[in-house]
Design a protein around this ligand. Structure first.
Ligand SMILES: Cc1ncc(COP(=O)(O)O)c(C=O)c1O
Length: 398
């Protein structure tokens, strides 16, 4: 078969969602994106943005970014960081983040590409990469680029990780263990203390992708005081910092190695100056505002999550503002629930269904931010009471 024909016939994985274009997938966003936004001209409460601290459409941020773009344009500078993409702002941001996390840092132009090729640059064919089975796709892809052995362990299962470490012992190569600080679907955290404890008995290098943890939990992310035990700490600006890009933090000599070996950075365009400036500006705001926003984020998280649990809904084992609500019900009922939530109750949240998870299940995933109000939470809990009631009706009928 011709490859091009095979591709034309392919309809698998996420492509099956195409029939929900403009709804569940590729919904068209309108206007400013805060705790509420416009969807198809109607105001909805938004639970779908990783804008944990609520800075994305903050008027002060928009004005600062606009003033900056009016000086430099949005596409400055033009080359890779190594050759023609470095500025005093890039270095200033690296210094500021280094102060916050307590390790030397290097910026990357995109979280996904930066993380993926950092992994590739750390290992050679004699080494083994071991990853938690629920790490983000960019870590899995980074492991796939690795030419040596790859192993995985069941999510947060320390005994299984230990078995994989035992099996990886080799005189020729070393071992790199990959985990997420906060798991983006379940919202739970890596069992870091237990993983670090294993370092006493096994030799390995630990890489933590803390995209959802950095600035959300603390300036050292979800890792906190364990930062010194983490060999490579990576976070993106795409979550709490609400823009594009990210950084890697590690010992000075490791950063020196990465500066010349992370291929997506050496051969890709540098992080654009407006994004660098945007993060610098937000770090200033965080310094001025202290813990206010973070405290509001966590108190909102508590209100929403205890509210959902008191309705009798299952939010799994989340320990972060990521709030997955798990349901068991037939596909046609889940479709009806999603429509009612969106169009009758004005609740906009992400939905995960088959084929991403098994048939007969679905997950509504709510991301709490510091911008959500008590009224947003109250209205949302009312809507989820309807969901609970609709599902019990379904159980009675079956
Ligand atoms: C855990 C995690 N790591 C990495 C990324 C990729 O980051 P970016 O969006 O900056 O490419 C994401 C984004 O969804 C993520 O959730």
């Amino acid at each position: 078969m011709r490859l091009i024909d095979k591709i034309r016939q392919k309809k698998e994985g996420l492509a099956v969602y195409d029939e929900f274009y403009g709804e569940l997938v590729y919904p068209k966003l309108e206007g400013l994106l805060k705790n509420r936004m416009l969807f198809k001209g109607r105001e909805v409460i938004t639970w779908s943005f990783n804008d944990y601290l609520g800075y994305q459409c903050d008027q002060r941020v928009i004005e600062a970014e606009t003033a900056f773009v009016s000086m430099f344009g949005a596409g400055y500078p033009a080359g890779s960081r190594l050759l023609t993409g470095n500025t005093e702002y890039h270095e200033k941001l690296e210094d500021e983040i280094a102060q916050l996390v307590g390790k030397p840092t290097m910026l990357v132009n995109l979280g996904y590409a930066g993380i993926m090729s950092t992994i590739q640059s750390l290992v050679d064919r004699n080494d083994t990469v071991i990853y938690d089975q629920e790490v983000h796709a960019c870590l899995v892809d980074g492991a796939r680029l690795h030419l040596g052995k790859r192993r995985s362990f069941r999510h947060n299962d320390i005994e299984h990780l230990e078995a994989q470490l035992k099996a990886s012992k080799s005189a020729l190569g070393g071992t790199l263990v990959l985990v997420d600080g906060v798991y983006s679907m379940r919202g739970d955290c890596a069992a870091l203390s237990a993983i670090i404890e294993l370092k006493k008995r096994y030799e390995f290098t630990l890489l933590v992708d803390d995209a959802h943890g950095w600035l959300t939990f603390s300036n050292q992310g979800s890792v906190g005081d364990l930062m010194k035990e983490v060999d490579i700490y990576i976070a993106t600006f795409a979550k709490a910092a609400a823009t594009v890009g990210g950084f890697i933090a590690a010992d000075k000599d490791i950063i020196q190695h990465l500066k010349y070996n992370v291929r997506s950075q050496v051969f890709g365009r540098t992080l654009q100056l407006v994004n660098v400036y945007s993060v610098l500006f937000k770090l200033d705001l965080i310094r001025d505002e202290g813990d206010n926003r973070r405290n509001t984020l966590w108190s909102n998280t508590k209100k929403l999550q205890t509210g959902l649990q008191s309705i009798g809904l299952n939010i799994g084992d989340t320990t972060s503002p990521i709030t997955p609500v798990y349901f068991d019900c037939p596909e046609e009922v889940s479709a009806e629930i999603i429509q009612t939530l969106r169009y009758e109750y004005g609740i906009f949240c992400s939905c995960v269904t088959y084929p991403v998870i098994p048939k007969g299940r679905f997950i509504l995933r709510l991301i709490v931010t510091a911008l959500h109000t008590d009224d947003d939470i109250k209205q949302t809990l009312k809507a989820f009471s309807y969901v609970k009631e609709r599902l019990s009706r379904n159980v009675e009928l079956s």
